[in-house]
Design a binder for this molecule. Structure first.
Ligand code: PXP
Length: 238
């Protein structure tokens, strides 16, 4: 398939909030980081509101929904609590993720095929409120097929295995991307991406249109500054 889009960088600012929460302080402010990331060329701001609120809080989403100039993508589990927050705060897009209490970070993609009706109903309610939807899944053919349903606009492919093991996983990501696009789904990727593994992914799976990157990009920003860090990642998407 020929690439007819420009690749977008979604900057995940969760870990700016992690630093704030470590002191139960008012700063650093993830909204301030979001605005800097946008100024540097990010196409989207991503945040993950977790059940344990270890970083992003509801008030962060409320403020970002009002101030982000590009697009606000909120990652959340498909729970009643999160649904109420999402319908109150109304981000542009919601990415549904699997969440296990106590996990250090997201451990895997959603098992869409085993809970298709529940996910379809959740996405339909978000869609009715004008919120676009994405599902975070492993690059698995069965999960891609299961994700193609009314009310779902996009899939985000989990790149954690690629980041950890490289190799054959790139082929799986490319195959899942091709299938998702054939089924009418837009394709994002994320998890564990950094300055070393991003470019090989872009070259190996060129039809992925959006990359959501947090931990490494914010970590690099500690040394480079946030604007410079965002620009370094953007260069790799060209
Ligand atoms: N995409 C999803 C769905 C995630 O859950 C995360 C982590 O919150 C990311 C992307 C970003 O991953 P990382 O922080 O490893 O760049």
């Amino acid at each position: 398939m020929t690439q007819v889009f420009s690749r977008r960088l979604g900057v995940n600012v969760d870990h700016v909030a992690t630093l704030r929460q470590a002191r139960q302080a008012r700063y650093p402010d993830p909204l301030a980081a979001a605005l800097i990331a946008e100024r540097a060329g990010a196409a989207q701001i991503t945040v993950h509101i977790r059940g344990d609120r270890r970083h992003i809080q509801e008030h962060d989403i409320t403020r970002m929904a009002a101030s982000v100039q590009t697009l606000l993508n909120v990652e959340a589990a498909a729970t009643d609590e999160m649904e109420a927050i999402l319908l109150r705060t109304r981000p542009h897009r919601v990415t549904l993720v699997a969440e296990r209490a106590g996990e250090v970070t997201t451990e895997g993609g959603l098992n869409v095929s085993s809970q298709r009706d529940g996910i379809a109903a959740f996405c339909a309610r978000l869609h009715a409120a004008g919120i676009r939807t994405s599902l975070f899944i492993d690059p698995d053919i069965e999960q891609v097929h299961a994700s193609a349903m009314p009310g779902v606009d996009m899939v985000e492919l989990n790149t954690a295995r690629w980041a950890e093991h490289g190799g054959h996983e790139l082929h799986r990501l490319a195959r899942a991307t091709t299938l998702a696009r054939e089924l009418g789904l837009a394709v994002a990727a994320g998890h564990g991406l950094n300055l070393q593994n991003l470019r090989p992914l872009v070259l190996g799976a060129p039809d992925i249109e959006e990359y959501n990157i947090g931990h490494a990009l914010i970590g690099d920003a500690v040394f480079l500054g946030l604007e410079a860090s965002v620009r370094r990642y953007l260069e790799l998407l060209a």
